[in-house]
Design a binder for this molecule. Structure first.
Ligand code: AKG
Ligand code: FE2
Length: 294
């Protein structure tokens, strides 16, 4: 079954519904060519300086360039895109908060084989999260047209509903073809992998993923984005990067301080950041647990 395409005017709810059913969908033409050109030019020197992967999974002819928040103003816009954030909020609902998990250009060079089919949530030491409980909501922004020939991401539509730990052959997947500026959105439970590149040019995708804030981030935002850069970023972006508590207690600094104060001392007066909300949610969770066990 091919992956469903939605227009950029779709609602977060409609996108989340497609993800709940299929584990993946494409939002067509979310940004234009000029925007993608800008992102590409900002990142070109960093991509050129990036070495190819050192194992089969990373791809021996694939370059993965990260720290996009530090390196590309345009990618900051991608990270904060309201339609994407609205969708993530829907998919990861039922928890206190979510955060940025990783940012990475994936440049699959010619003559690359297909990547092993996997679930991104296997990064969590293969912990078998319950079926239907999503811990990640992920995006790949097409910086090139994605075609079957040049290594479009390969997906198994509906595989979010399958058992964990399956070995799925590439022949059971299909390419999520899309035009440059479109975005593949998928859950951490979707079986997928980078496609083989049989063309003579590199396939560029911008992988930006989000996860529940009680889990560790794949890309360490505190060390990937220098303090001098972080200091200049909008508060909402810092919160998303992890300068916030995950639920009630995770990630505070020294005397239970809100971590955002370390980069933005002026925000100390901002109060407890998202703690108020976290306290309310923690209380509600506790009451629910008590009701269930009564
Ligand atoms: O580059 C792609 O199309 C997907 C890569 C991927 O799934 C991964 O590295 O986890
Ligand atoms: Fe993946």
């Amino acid at each position: 079954m091919p992956v469903q395409h939605l227009s950029a005017s779709a609602t977060p709810q409609a996108i989340a519904e497609a993800l709940g059913r299929d584990g993946a969908c494409v939002i067509d033409a979310l940004v234009d060519d000029t925007t993608m050109d800008r992102a590409f030019n900002e990142l070109r020197p960093h991509m050129e300086a990036t070495e190819a992967g050192k194992d089969e999974f990373s791809g021996r002819n694939t370059r993965r360039t990260g720290a996009l928040v530090a390196r590309s103003e345009t990618c900051r816009e991608f990270v904060m895109n309201p339609l994407i954030l609205g969708t993530v909020k829907e998919v990861l609902s039922g928890g206190t908060n979510f955060q940025l998990h990783l940012t990475q250009i994936i440049a699959i060079g010619p003559e690359s084989d297909a990547q092993q089919v996997h679930r991104d949530q296997w990064a969590y030491d293969f912990f078998p999260f319950p079926k239907g409980y999503e811990v990640q909501c992920n995006t790949i922004w097409a910086m090139s047209d994605f075609t079957e020939e040049n290594g479009a991401t390969r997906v198994v539509v509906g595989s979010n509903q399958l058992d964990d730990g399956l070995e799925i052959p590439v022949s059971d997947t299909e390419p999520a073809e899309m035009t440059r500026g479109s975005v593949l959105v998928y859950t951490g439970s979707l079986y997928h992998g980078g496609g083989a590149n049989r063309s003579d040019h590199t396939r560029y995708g911008v992988n930006i993923t989000y996860n529940r804030a009680w889990l560790r981030q794949e890309e360490n935002q505190y060390l990937s984005v220098p303090r001098e850069v972080a200091r200049e970023l909008p508060k909402e972006m810092l919160r998303l990067m992890g300068y916030a508590r995950g639920a009630y207690a995770l990630g505070y600094v020294d005397d239970l301080r809100d971590p955002i104060e370390v980069v933005r001392p002026d925000l100390a007066a901002d109060g407890l950041g998202d703690l108020d909300e976290a306290q309310l949610q923690a209380q509600a969770q506790l009451e629910k647990l008590r009701r269930e066990s009564a």
